[in-house]
Design a protein. Sequence first.
Length: 388
Amino acid sequence: MASVHSRILNLNRRWPAVFMALFLWCLGLLLIFSACQATPTPPTPIAPTDSPVPSQTATLHPIPTSRPTLAPSGTPVLSPTPGPSPTSTALPPLVAHTWQPAPVLVQAGYYDKDNLSPFGKEPYLVLYATGQLIMKQCQGARCTLGTQTLDRQGICSFLNTIDRQGFFDYDPSTFQSPQGGGRAFYLEVNAWRSKSVQIDGLDQWLQDPSWLDKQLHCTNCVARPVVLAALANTFDFLNRYHPTGLKTFQADRLAVWISQPWLAGTSTPWLLQGISLSQMYTDSRCSDPANGRAIELTGSEAVRVSEYVNQIVSLGNPPVFTEGNLKLQVVDQWLLPGEVAAGCGETTDSLPAVSYPTPDFQLQCQPSDGLIPIPTPTLPPPIPLPLP
């Protein structure tokens, strides 16, 4: 028993030396392993890019972010990648301008190329040199026109903003639509510079770049058109612009197009007292009886015709009417200030009419008139993933 006790005692006396030897042996192995590894190279820092500095002279005039839909089809949401698009080019500084304005400074809307009446153009925003602004306001499928008068600074901040989107330098030839016809977005701006574009299906390409692939039931089978930033940004600005204080616009002239029916459905007898369908049809004929023109109605006559046609359509019937041996289709549209109904040989209304007087004043715009900020769309919060 004493022998076992002495062995344990001797082992306890030698344990610190054994532990120290083991520690030094492990440390040596660790140093040898570290020396065999390649020394990592620290990453090269990326130099920050310069951000554009906003002009110190521009006064921003905010616009509300809450607004009704401008276009009957709804406001498209810009896709982050609307197709192959080069980056924006730098713009020259905004400068002062003095010029003789055209009667209509800006008009934007949609043009249905397949429409068989001369009312294919449907403006949703018109700005006159007088400052009168007319805009379409829609709640669901019901649309009305609102109006207000902008002062000189309001006109200039609007035009300055279009300038800063790069629209005046946009090249329409860069957009090549793979499918023609249908509905096109159009924009005409007549300021210190003028630019007019008509782009097939722009709202669709911006909302969903693969919309045509889906329609054709294929994947990447259609080359997407190039949408330059200048066009996309201008379209986005016009769609988000909505000033407060708009009042209902009351039109006082109605354009009526009477033709042989092209819509299918049951016809309705023309029962409007005091207004002859056959007489309106006779008045709409041109020197060549095969051609027609839109006639203009005013006052109570215009109101009665518009209400009667709308009543028939609201019942689900086509605007096709019979009177005696005649069976005719009636399409009507209220005219804006300066707009004239399509004449013989014309396919659309004219805005402004050639005879509409040119303003007898000049407009002056300064950089200090400011810009209209475009609210950034608020992204929805991310959807939380389910817990495992």
